[in-house]
Design a protein around this ligand. Sequence first.
Ligand code: SF4
Ligand code: SF4
Length: 420
Amino acid sequence: MVDNLANLEERLPPAQLKKEVLILGGGFSGTKLASFLARHDVKVTVIERGEKQDSYFCLDDKTFLRSDLVPENVTFLPKSTLVKLSGHLGSFQATITTEGNRVVIEPSVIVIATGYSKKKESTFLPPGKTIFLEELAELLKESKAESLTFKGRKIDRISFIFDQVNDDIKIPFFLLFKTLLSLKSRFSCETYVFCKDVKVSFPSGERLYRKAREEGVLFFKYEDFPAFSDEREDFLITWEEKGRDPSLSVNLRSDLLVIPEHIFPGDASSLSAITGIPLNKGGYLMEDNPQFLSILTNRKGIYVLGGCHFPHLFTEVEKLAYATATEILKLFYGDTYHPSFPLAQVDPQKCALCYTCVRICPHKAVTIEKYAERNIYYIKGNSLSWYAAYIERMACFGCGICIAECPARAISFIEDEVKQ
Ligand code: SF4
Ligand code: SF4
């Protein structure tokens, strides 16, 4: 039995962490993080589901670099997906399919930086007179004409309708304000926005909203979704304004209707099944503690960044990528890693192999092991061999849940031994 702290530290030597990180997702957040880490001699592998031939890596906070010029210590694997994950902080085994082949890599740390997905769906489309917000933004970027046309028709009146957006996601409103200002600066069309509420709680949100109104954009708030009637040349919108007499409905004619794409969590649910990180109510990968750093998860050594966690604006993603890099560099600092106490341990001689701790550990720190083969310190000699629960100290958060639930009282905190 261990009886002092010196013995305990001898028994639990610090872990050596290889400076190797696997990033899932080669979009803005993944490449931004890769560039931060690459500058600190971390070996980074970025896997990306798509081809991303035109992917960009950022060299510093402003410059972007083409993918054929990525830093030497960054490996970029296009057409690649994570299919299986085992191990823990310092020694993950990630099975990846890459261009049809299956490979296993063993990073110390994993960052999930996959994005969100977008769906174009609407039940109220006046045919030929509706466009999605991102399509309009692209059209404005490409068009050099002096007047706005869509499918051969000149557009003088545009209505934006924001009904289906998730209340917490600010990206559609950011793009809306940018598009409105671009429209107003180039074309003299009348511009209306219909929404239940205007979301401005993001950096520059208030300023962009005020500017759009100063430029003549009219915002209408409604309770009940407006009615559309398709006319020959245009369409008619009828609605009741929020806070006004419901018997007074308002009519307005428009040539083009703009609706936002529906944003949803992409492949978060399959990544949740592979990594053991739970999903939140919206279907995104959940942070460990909403009051703390949002990049931390229930798994030590696995971080979430980017749209799989929440569709942030680019400026916010950049800050989170920096925070993630800082957390990872802290782990690698000094070449060795000491897991902090408290840490739980199993007495395999008492374990009844009921699997309760495996099932309830929120941090995936418990496995069932054949003890003699792992040469756990409890075994004297090699003659004994049996299966029992095993707690990986590199994965344990010391929450104590398993200690409270173990029916055989086989689990205790390691540091409690020191106090005895
Ligand atoms: S809960 Fe206790 S008895 Fe059950 S597997 Fe875990 S350590 Fe063994
Ligand atoms: S103390 Fe918490 S984190 Fe550690 S093994 Fe038990 S349940 Fe898991």
